[in-house]
Design a protein around this ligand. Structure first.
Ligand SMILES: [Mn+2]
Length: 182
């Protein structure tokens, strides 16, 4: 999906995820669910990145964190968002001419979004993720969005799917409101 956005330049990727996703290769696979942020970082049209909700740090090797920091990805662990508040966390979003938002549903607390394959204790609340999306829309145009890792077989009462759908609706509302005010 990042490749499809190469008509834009200086794109900032805003990620919500429990996991860093900077693994270079997972076995023989270079394009698994562990690698999207590293692959994004290699694309010339993507020049900044912020990653909210990180925790469960054992899922990535120290070298992956070192590489992400070296590239200047802004890493915002979930406990930092709880400690400092969503507004302070959103102030860390880089300035960019346009934004892509990717929400891995496991960035949210698994008690509210249990329907996912790699749940991690802790995490962001719905209102915090909504605030992140609102803050991005206030900064610039959102040229794309995905919500991933929703797995209905693990879900209860479609709760995770409802949160995923609500976040997509929120993003559309904030993005179109942003267009009206710009
Ligand atoms: Mn994840």
């Amino acid at each position: 999906m990042f490749r499809a956005l190469d008509r834009f330049s200086d794109l900032c990727v805003v990620q919500v995820d429990a996991h860093l996703d900077w693994t270079d290769s997972y076995g023989e696979f270079r394009e698994s669910h562990s690698s999207p942020m590293r692959r994004a970082s290699e694309m010339p049209h993507i020049t900044s990145m912020v990653q909210f909700g990180l925790r469960g740090l054992g899922s990535s090797r120290p070298t992956a964190f070192a590489d992400a920091r070296q590239w200047d990805s802004v890493l915002v662990p979930a406990p930092q968002v709880h400690r400092d508040g969503a507004e302070a966390a959103c102030s860390l979003i880089p300035q960019a001419p346009c934004y892509y938002i990717t929400v891995d549903i496991d960035g949210l607390v698994p008690s509210i979004c249990p329907g996912t394959g790699s749940p991690q204790p802790g995490g962001l609340l719905y209102d915090q993720v909504r605030e992140i999306i609102r803050a991005v829309a206030a900064r610039g145009p959102i040229v794309g969005l995905d919500v991933c890792e929703v797995s209905p077989p693990y879900d209860w009462a479609n709760q995770t799917s409802l949160y995923a759908a609500q976040l997509i609706l929120d993003a559309i509302c904030f993005a179109t409101k942003g267009m009206a005010s710009r």
